[in-house]
Ligand binder design. Structure first.
Ligand code: IVH
Length: 682
């Protein structure tokens, strides 16, 4: 067909294709700079230039909604909060598993499967049962197009925006990929982060998460992706749903394929072929699981052959070829002797259970946080009760239940004090927390200084809880800034302070003056600001002064900063007492960031760790050592009490034995790779 008027058509064509090409180009550039920045720590452009690219892309996508895409870098962070989640129907429904609780039941399962196999040879994999939130990712031609929760197994919630903020989930798969695949796994909150998150929540008057699974569920179901991004979730994958084209023959090959595509898989996958070896593998997994980054509540035993899986099929509820073995939660019974109050650095009064010491999950517990008054009332915990203790997320001791049948009437109902137990000031309610209303409260001052000097902040070795208390009591420290005016004579007048300790402390304080800006930002104790957001703020603003004069809107453009945090940061920098604090710190010549290399993310999270490497690794020892050093850790040749981690490859020998003897955490290569990957990207 001829076109009598070619001009308008040409114009129309231009309008449609030029933005499309530019959008493609911008996405490619942004992905490249993201990788240079996060993976290679070698940025080529400034943050400002990066933001300009991102803004241009966002503007184009807004003007041309038909060009929007779920995996655009504009969706990765800072997307607008959603009103509600859209439903997402899985192509292949997500099944659940039957549970077993004893070696006998597990034997019965293996016997059942063997009968179904009618003489054919069978093998099983034994995997950790990750206690997180089930997730299904849909990749089309290698591109992540949708992420959905399990829901009722048929239809879940579309949580794509949030999943895009999880740093170990690839937006694109590597290598040869099927046209369409659903990948199944678990989103989890690393155990170590769970511990930090709950401490922060207590301090902020928010109810604690009972365990990492609840925390992960709460984080993935956030309507604001910035909140999800700030929670530092991770994911691990163990299965598939829809899969077009050829598939591997075995579960083990499926794992290797997922890994080759760039997806994180379980840290350890064991094997078994009969009742005895499967039971033994489940027992071994039970020991290993405490070293995994995620919490596990069991092991999953699966038939390895995918053809036999298809043949054996499912019952109405669960597949016949897989079963979960649930480990018993490690619990201990003890007496609640008293409930004391701890005053936090922002004044939060946290009730603490003082317990008859009891051994649980590898250590003796004599105190457990009770979080807040409402938590005590909800569980009806009374002084004198017999209580059950568990480690929430295998880390934090928690009172999980009260044995009410053992009460004899002498138990006392706990009453929150009406005044701050440290300084006597009135207290006021903030969320579920009671807070001391005085800013100069001695306990708060102590906690603020402890936090400032802690490992995750200015890392001043030797300035721990006991010494801070001593220095505050002697009026040598009234606030953070006083740390930098401490002198030798005053220190030597303290009890138990010798020449050597005083010199070491002064040297550690001196060393801390040049710490990177993010450490100072974390150390200042700005509400809601933790390590991740402090790093993001430092790499965006470069100097404390630039941050101090930032508006709420500017703050909101940053990775992991949502509205609540932006307001908290802005308000903190406006407060006169904080301005005074910053001026005092400036006068002590602390690094306010002026000398920092622009936008180079400094990842020092292995700082303070000392590693020994042993056995055969798939990478060279030197490469592994280099990674540890780059992340701030030390590497030494022999295992001693100073060793904090042993990286053990295949056929590890005497060093492994020595590490076991000294109860030093043993990290295998998979766990090490995961540790380094998540470290680099955070
Ligand atoms: S396989 C058809 N493997 O446990 C088999 N599930 O209680 C589907 N889970 O819904 C699951 N770790 O969310 C499988 N290694 C693992 C797992 C695992 C955790 C979860 C999953 C499942 C639930 C069943």
């Amino acid at each position: 067909m001829s076109n009598p008027n070619s001009e308008p058509l040409e114009l129309f064509d231009h309008a449609a294709t030029r933005p499309a090409a530019r959008v493609q180009e911008l996405r490619a550039q942004i992905e490249r700079h993201n990788s240079l920045y996060y993976q290679q720590a070698a940025p080529e452009i400034s943050d400002y230039e990066f933001d300009t690219l991102l803004r241009e892309l966002a503007d184009l996508e807004q003007a041309h909604p038909e060009l929007a895409s779920a995996d655009s870098p504009t969706r990765r962070v800072g997307g607008k909060p959603l009103e509600e989640f859209a439903p997402a129907t899985h192509i292949v429904p997500m099944q659940s598993l039957d549970n077993t609780y004893s070696p006998e039941e597990l034997r019965e399962f293996v016997t059942r499967v063997r009968k179904l196999a009618e003489g054919r040879s069978i093998h099983f994999t034994v995997e950790p049962k990750v206690d997180g939130v089930a997730i299904s990712l849909l990749y089309e031609n290698g591109r992540l197009v949708r992420a959905a929760t399990r829901g009722d197994g048929v239809t879940g919630d579309d949580v794509t925006q949030n999943v895009l903020t999880i740093s170990n989930i690839p937006h694109r798969l590597r290598g040869e990929v099927p046209a369409q695949i659903e990948v199944r796994g678990e989103v989890y909150l690393p155990k170590a982060i769970f511990a930090l998150l709950n401490t922060e929540r207590d301090e902020e008057g928010l109810p604690p998460f009972a365990n990492p699974r609840n925390a992960a569920a709460g984080s993935i179901k956030q309507l604001d992706p910035a909140v999800t991004a700030s929670r530092r979730l991770a994911a691990v994958f163990y299965g598939t749903g829809a899969w077009t084209g050829p598939q591997p023959a075995k579960g083990r090959e499926m794992f290797a394929t997922l890994q080759n595509w760039g997806l994180p898989i379980s840290e350890r996958i064991l094997q078994g072929s009969d009742e005895d070896s499967v039971n033994a593998a489940v027992l071994t997994m039970g020991d290993m699981r405490h070293n995994f980054a995620y919490e596990t509540d069991g092991a999953v035993v699966k038939l390895d052959s995918l053809a036999l899986r298809r043949e054996f099929g499912s019952t109405a509820k669960a597949p016949r070829w897989a079963i979960a073995y649930k480990y018993e939660p490690e619990r201990a019974e003890t007496k609640l002797l008293d409930i004391t109050i701890q005053v936090g650095r922002t004044g939060t009064l946290t009730p603490v259970a003082e317990l008859q010491p009891v051994f649980v999950s590898g250590s003796t517990v004599s105190r457990a946080t009770l979080h807040n008054e409402e938590e005590i009332q909800r569980k009806d915990i009374r002084i004198g009760d017999t209580v059950l203790i568990e480690k929430a997320g295998e880390v934090i001791p928690a009172v999980v239940a009260v044995k009410k049948d053992l009460r004899n009437g002498s138990e006392k109902v706990f009453e929150m004090p009406r005044h701050c137990p440290s300084c006597g000031s009135p207290i006021s309610k903030d969320g579920v927390a009671w807070k001391c209303t005085s800013h100069s409260c001695g306990a708060q001052v102590r906690r603020r200084i402890e936090h400032f000097a802690s490992k995750h902040a200015m890392d001043i070795e030797g300035l721990g809880e006991a010494l801070v208390a001593q220095l505050v009591d002697a009026s040598l420290l009234k606030g953070i800034a006083d740390i930098y005016t401490l002198d030798r004579e005053a220190l030597l007048r303290l009890e138990r302070m010798g020449e050597k300790s005083a010199s070491n402390l002064l040297a550690a304080i001196e060393e801390s003056r040049s710490r990177p800006l993010w450490r100072l930002l974390n150390g200042l104790g700005i509400p809601h600001v933790g390590v991740t957001s402090a790093r993001d703020l430092a790499s965006h603003f470069h100097t404390l002064d630039a941050l101090a004069s930032a508006t709420g809107d500017t703050l909101l453009t940053i990775h992991s900063i949502g509205e609540i945090m932006a307001t908290a940061i802005y308000t903190w920098f406006q407060a006169p007492e904080n301005r005074t604090l910053l001026e005092s710190l400036r006068a002590t010549k602390l690094n306010f960031g002026e000398g920092d290399t622009p936008s180079a993310p400094t990842d020092q999270r292995l700082q303070g760790t000392t590693w020994v490497l042993t056995g055969t690794l798939s990478i060279s020892r030197e490469e592994a050592a280099e990674t540890i050093r780059r992340l701030g850790g030390k590497v030494t040749g022999s295992v001693s009490k100073k060793t904090t981690h042993l990286l053990a490859g295949e056929d590890a020998g005497s060093k492994l034995d020595k590490a076991r003897e000294l109860e030093i955490p043993i990290i295998d290569e998979a766990a090490f790779a995961q540790l380094c990957a998540s470290q680099q990207e955070s």
